[in-house]
Design a protein around this ligand. Structure first.
Ligand code: OOG
Length: 261
């Protein structure tokens, strides 16, 4: 029998000690349901020390990443306030093990989604859309993991930066969000480029996916929830040390940036 709180403590200690650990599945088999229980126990550790849940994120939304992992469904993780980097602000990379960064799209819920209500229309709950950056940082050695390992590790969530929110109806009236050009820049050089179509074919699909995952695995989706839809390009290694500027640009939505320091 695995103990979700004990395994969550191993991963939480990896975060706070900034030290990678072996994959949990190397010591004991873990099912996907176990993995989400470990993830929940990890979030409870964070909230017990005063952190607050502010959103959810999807992972493995790109076909390339899903194929690499040999999986056919997305995974969901939880965002907390301590992971937030203000737009244009600084991220302290000494708190991270081997960070990577991805350009994304974020949604903000204006009203709650009830995942157990079959009549609920998740898109209707979206009030705002913004360009975003996600910082991922696996707590496992060499950034290598199985599916249950990465779920237990809160889908590698480590940080997020949200650009200016724009009203969803205005954005959806003017843009086809299924095909917006996206670039990821590091110190002014474009290191990755792609399209929002890499996110489940259409980032709006992320809302249905999050709702389905919430019905099964529990993260609540109250009004105000931030939803990170998934990566629009491959992740780029985030240089550790001071003074690196990272920028994502999503055509029609604008740019979002942060600095390391
Ligand atoms: C796991 C999931 C990362 C994504 O966009 O697929 C993720 C990882 O690659 O560390 O957020």
């Amino acid at each position: 029998m695995i103990s979700p709180p004990a395994l969550a403590a191993v991963l939480d200690d990896a975060v706070t000690g900034v030290t990678a650990v072996p994959q949990l599945t190397h010591s004991a088999p873990i099912t996907l349901d176990d993995a989400y229980a470990i993830q929940r126990a990890g979030i409870e550790r964070r909230t017990a020390r005063g952190d607050a849940v502010v959103g959810v994120k999807l992972g493995l939304t790109s076909r390339a990443k899903a194929e690499q992992m040999g999986v056919s469904d997305v995974i969901v993780g939880v965002l907390t306030e301590s992971m937030r980097v203000p737009a244009g602000g600084r991220l302290d990379t000494t708190t991270l093990i081997h960070p990577r960064v991805e350009p994304e799209i974020a949604f903000r819920l204006g009203s709650a989604i009830d995942p157990d209500d079959p009549a609920c229309d998740p898109l209707a709950a979206v009030a705002g859309i913004a360009p975003a950056l996600e910082i991922i940082d696996s707590r496992y050695r060499d950034f290598r993991f199985s599916l249950p390992d990465v779920v237990a590790d809160n889908t590698s969530a480590a940080g997020f930066v949200i650009g200016d929110w724009q009203p969803a109806d205005e954005v959806l009236g003017r843009l086809d969000v299924a095909d917006l050009a996206v670039t990821l820049g590091i110190d002014g050089e474009i290191v990755e480029s792609g399209s929002t179509g890499a996110i489940l074919g259409d980032p709006l699909e992320a809302l249905g996916a999050v709702t389905r995952m919430a019905a099964r695995y529990g993260p609540a989706l109250p009004a105000g929830t931030i939803v990170l839809a998934g990566a629009a390009t491959a992740a780029a290694a985030l240089p550790t040390g001071n003074g690196t500027t990272v920028t994502a640009e999503v055509a029609g939505l604008g740019t979002v940036t942060f600095e390391t320091g």
